[in-house]
Design a protein around this ligand. Structure first.
Ligand code: NAD
Ligand code: ZN
Length: 381
């Protein structure tokens, strides 16, 4: 089969690999109909996630058709069309019983933090991902969900990660009625976080980024205010000025670690030893939220940090919540919102690119060229 293949930082290509097969009685094999590139894939692409091995296939956002099942699979059959949450989880361990599917203990027993994730390095279990023609789906009775018959595949693929993550970002913000919510990042996750903040009762939503096309899009799509951080001298002062001098009630980090540490270096004047992986948005979030406010972090951080203003967070009495999204937990509610027309996820898709051109697709999405917001890869056949 044809699959995306990691060759080293900033180097990916489409290459032939052996077809995946049933390795365990609970496995299925899925023929991929659509997969996406996620901002999380960029951390792998930029070489920021430990133990990302050469030859790995990325891709944790995919939908497809079941083409094979192991003898233990009960709830799926060949021909079913499924959306597959990015978390690989057992459904019954200590963490899954608490619906912390992103922290499943059984699918990545060697890690202390994260559960299994498709195509997300050996840190997340070493599973191959869905930027391919075929993918092995472990625990096939647990994660995969039948795509409702009327649902567009483009909406379905955004239910595997981006929309539930944006929703959980808003949920973890513990928004009270009328709150001002500032979202850092106008990528797919920030866009959906802004959209969902209204569902939790926000009174005002402001999205911060520096890419004008993305800000224009989120302004229309989520009916929010926007702030371009280019030209902003001091983020905390700017946000305070916009919020009666107090600061935001809730700040959401939908950025994560950066490929370049130059922003933070400029901000702090400290020459960073670590050139990649700064945490500017988190820094801004902590400094821009009001005392006693809430910070929700869904941005992903590969490296460790020592430049986060944690002392400010303590002194201000902030509540910080963060996690990998627990995709399956949010699906019933989000499917209802899509069916009722409250959310149209597929509007964020700007590019459809054949899997054969995966190298160009990563380059485009990493550099945010050509107005790119969300890129879908279409496998041949
Ligand atoms: P993306 O790369 O498309 O978007 C990130 C956006 O942040 C870009 O538009 C960029 O210009 C902007 N940005 C960069 N620095 C900024 C700053 N200092 N302030 C404000 N904006 C800034 O990525 P995405 O797909 O939207 O993903 C966003 C983050 O969410 C990534 O870190 C990704 O790994 C993470 N993520 C987490 C989960 C989870 O379960 N927790 C799931 C999916 C994605
Ligand atoms: Zn993702």
């Amino acid at each position: 089969m044809l699959a995306m293949n990691f060759r080293g930082p900033y180097r990916v290509r489409a290459a032939h690999k052996p077809d995946p097969c049933i390795e365990h009685p609970d496995d299925a094999v899925v023929r991929v109909l659509r997969s996406c590139i996620c901002g999380s894939d960029l951390h792998l692409y930029h070489g920021l996630v430990p133990d990302t091995r050469i030859g790995t296939t990325f891709g944790h956002e995919f939908v497809g058709e079941v083409v094979d099942i192991g003898p233990g699979v009960r709830r799926l059959k060949k021909g079913d069309r499924v959306l597959v949450p990015f978390n690989i989880f057992c459904g019954s361990c200590f963490f899954c019983r608490r619906e912390l599917f992103g922290n499943c203990h059984d699918t990545n027993p060697e890690a202390t933090a994260v559960g299994g994730i498709y195509g997300y390095s050996h840190t997340a279990g070493g599973y191959d991902g869905g930027q391919a023609q075929l993918v092995r789906v472990p625990r096939a009775d647990v994660g995969p969900t039948l795509i409702p018959p009327q649902m567009d595949l483009d909406d379905a693929v955004l239910l595997t990660d981006a929309l539930p993550t944006g929703y959980q970002a808003a949920e973890m913000g513990d928004i009270s009625e009328g709150d001002t919510v500032v979202v850092f990042g106008a990528g797919p996750i920030g866009i959906f976080a802004a959209k969902c903040a209204w569902l939790f009762g926000a009174g005002r939503v402001i999205v911060v980024d520096h890419i004008e096309e993305r800000l224009e899009f989120v302004h229309r799509y989520a009916q929010c205010e926007v702030l371009n951080f280019r030209g902003v001298h001091d983020m905390a002062i700017t946000i305070k000025r916009m919020t009666d001098g107090l600061g935001a009630d809730v700040c959401i980090d939908a950025v994560g670690c950066e490929a370049s540490g130059s922003f933070l270096q400029r901000l702090t004047g400290v020459k960073m030893k670590l050139q990649a992986g700064a945490a500017t948005a988190l820094h801004w979030a902590i400094n821009s939220v009001r005392k006693g406010g809430n910070i929700s972090i869904v941005g992903v951080y590969g490296p460790t940090f020592n430049a986060v203003p944690i002392g400010n967070a303590v002194n201000k009495g902030l509540t910080l919540r963060m996690n990998q999204a627990s995709v399956k937990r949010h699906l019933p509610r989000l499917i209802e919102h899509i069916e009722a027309g409250h959310i149209e996820p597929r509007r964020i898709i700007t590019h459809r690119i054949p899997l054969e051109e995966v190298a160009d697709a990563y380059h485009l999405f990493s550099n945010k060229l050509d107005g790119c917001i969300k890129t879908v890869l279409i496998p041949p056949g």
